[in-house]
Ligand binder design. Structure first.
Ligand code: N01
Length: 532
């Protein structure tokens, strides 16, 4: 293909992760033409990039998988309760091959710009290989946690050892054995990678700014009998999950933490700890809503961490100061116990701030830590970063960055006023990161595909979010979040981890309520959208 050639498709898709692949499959079945773009060398999205030791999903494998094909559900056998990154990538690879999805995508190709063209009601897309594509519809499936946050730490570029972000771990791995390793960051990624690195490194230094709430995964081999019983009626299991909060199977507590005594708190929390996983948050129904109930959860963690970690000083530093569940709960394997190892040191950056990185290590206000390897487990410019790094322009050349100057405003998380024929999957304003992502992705993929089929049947060229519908949705999303403690945290849900990012609670906090709203919008002829 010569450079600067031009091609036209019905639909362009950005990203070949879980969302982009499912979307391509549905669009292909509609008989529409597709051009997909993927910056990675192959399919997988998040699971293509996150190859750090210990990378594992915190949603159980029987749930964290596609439901669009019964044959696929039946033929794939997961090996563990929580699948590790290599197994998830093998699964995605299998899906891409089985449904012949790779030919829809150009790999190692990054979309750098996309401009809406009024005259033709289509998008002009520019990629970093110098090629140009036009498409009637543009679907952004670029991922919520795909734009790595490389913190602005003085001297970071001067580090002469191996510097790596967890989200860009090299496929060939990093030789850790016998090395002095430092990790900055103790969110979900840090909590997973730290125990693994501790087993291999000569010395591991953990630089912690904010302590994490961690609940054990209790991962292990998947019980084949239990898996088979799900497969006997997988649809019923999926339907059940879809009716739960976040589309994750759980049995939420029905009692208030304020209604029982201290002994009962401990018994309920201990049982939830033994079950493990994200459902801990629902041990009592009011932990995320009521300050006094939340205090009780905080006190359980204080006690638990002191029981696990032998050195009381280290244990004290590991106890979070922020409220329980106002940041994403971390699901771990041996995280707190790792600090009992003689080769692991915890540095509390709140007490002794990190001042600089230099060629041979990290300096804090009171000490110098020589390192061979420095791991940045510093997270992502979540939910908006992967879209805003593309120069996306809607009507009248309006830049997305300008439209979102005060925060990412969308309608249903699916579309943006003044950006016609653009759809987002797992966009801000949709439940996305507060759900089993694969489940909610498929719900949005189905909604978008049905919408495209509707537009084609009615010979409609253009679909555009109406401003008042967007304003109302933003207000509703804020109101739902304001009813919980989640909106009070200092989390990436709010953009608080990125300097200068507007503080808006980005995910929509009601799944499955969201699904009902989407269904009603479609059934009523796409209310809130102008179709022309
Ligand atoms: O990122 P994070 P993550 N100096 O933003 C610290 C999903 N996920 O990659 O809180 C020092 O949560 C930062 O400190 P602070 C999951 O949804 C899922 O870990 O800003 N420290 C924090 O400790 C998750 O929530 C899985 O004070 C700095 C850490 O870096 C999301 O991805 C696995 C710093 C970043 O934590 C993101 O998780 C992995 C600085 N300058 C990820 N800058 C599973 O499924 C940042 N930090 C299990």
């Amino acid at each position: 293909m010569p450079l600067h050639s031009h091609e036209h498709r019905d639909v362009a898709i950005i990203g070949a992760g879980f969302a982009g692949l499912a979307m391509a499959h549905r669009i292909h079945n509609l008989g529409m033409t597709i051009q997909g773009f993927e910056s990675g060398g192959d399919v997988g999205g998040t699971w293509y990039w996150n190859r750090y030791p210990g990378a594992r999903c915190d949603v159980e494998s029987m749930q964290y998988s596609y439901r669009f094909s019964e044959d696929l559900q039946q033929e794939w056998d997961w090996t563990e309760r929580y699948a590790a990154q290599p197994e998830i990538l093998r699964y995605i690879d299998h899906v891409a091959t089985r449904f012949d999805l790779r030919p829809h995508f150009r790999f190692q190709t990054r979309v750098v710009a996309a401009r809406y063209q009024e005259e033709t009601a289509s998008w002009a897309i520019e990629t970093d290989d110098g090629r140009h594509t036009t498409a009637r519809f543009l679907i952004a499936a670029a991922g919520c946690l795909s734009s790595a946050n490389r913190p602005e730490i003085a001297g970071l570029d001067d580090f002469a050892g191996t510097l790596v972000h967890t989200g860009h771990w090299p496929a060939e791995g990093i030789d850790i054995a016998g090395k002095r390793v430092g990790v900055i960051g103790t969110g979900s990624s840090g909590v997973q990678v730290i125990p693994q690195l501790a087993r291999q490194a000569a010395e591991l230094t953990v630089f912690q700014r904010t302590a994490a709430y961690c609940v054990p995964a209790h991962n292990g081999p998947l019980d084949p009998v239990a898996a088979q019983s799900v497969k006997t009626d997988y649809k019923a299991f999926r339907d059940y999950c879809g009716k739960q909060f976040g589309a994750i199977a759980a049995t939420p507590g029905t009692q208030s933490a304020l209604a029982v005594d201290k002994a009962e708190h401990r018994a309920v929390f201990d049982a939830a700890w033994e079950r493990g996983g994200l459902s801990f948050q629902g041990a009592f129904y009011d932990l995320s809503y009521d300050l006094a109930a939340n205090d009780i959860a905080m006190s359980f963690f204080r006690d638990k961490i002191h029981e696990i970690v032998a050195d009381p000083h280290t244990a004290g530093k590991l106890v979070p100061e922020h409220r329980f569940a106002t940041k994403r709960l971390c699901i771990d394997t041996d995280y707190y116990a790792t600090f009992n190892r003689p080769n692991v040191t915890l540095v509390d950056l709140k007490a002794t701030p990190l001042t600089t990185v230099h060629a041979t290590g990290v300096r804090t206000s009171d000490a110098d830590y020589p390192l061979d390897v420095l791991v940045l487990a510093t997270g992502y410019d979540a939910m908006t970063g992967s879209l805003l790094r593309i120069d996306i322009r809607g009507r009248d050349n309006l830049a997305l960055g300008e439209a979102w100057a005060e925060g990412p405003h969308t309608y249903l998380g699916l579309g943006i006023a003044r950006f016609p024929n653009l759809f987002i999957i797992s966009g801000p304003g949709s439940p996305s990161v507060l759900t089993n992502m694969v489940y909610s992705i498929e719900q949005q993929v189905d909604w978008i595909a049905d919408c495209l089929g509707y537009l084609r049947a009615k010979a409609i060229d253009r679909i555009e979010v109406q401003q008042d519908a967007q304003d109302n949705w933003v207000a509703q999303a804020n109101a739902v979040a304001a009813g919980t403690l989640l909106a009070t945290g200092n989390s990436w849900y709010l953009g608080a981890n990125i300097p200068g990012k507007p503080r808006v609670f980005m995910p929509y906090l009601d799944y499955p309520g969201y699904v009902t709203t989407c269904e009603e919008v479609a059934a009523n002829g796409y209310t809130g959208f102008a179709l022309t």
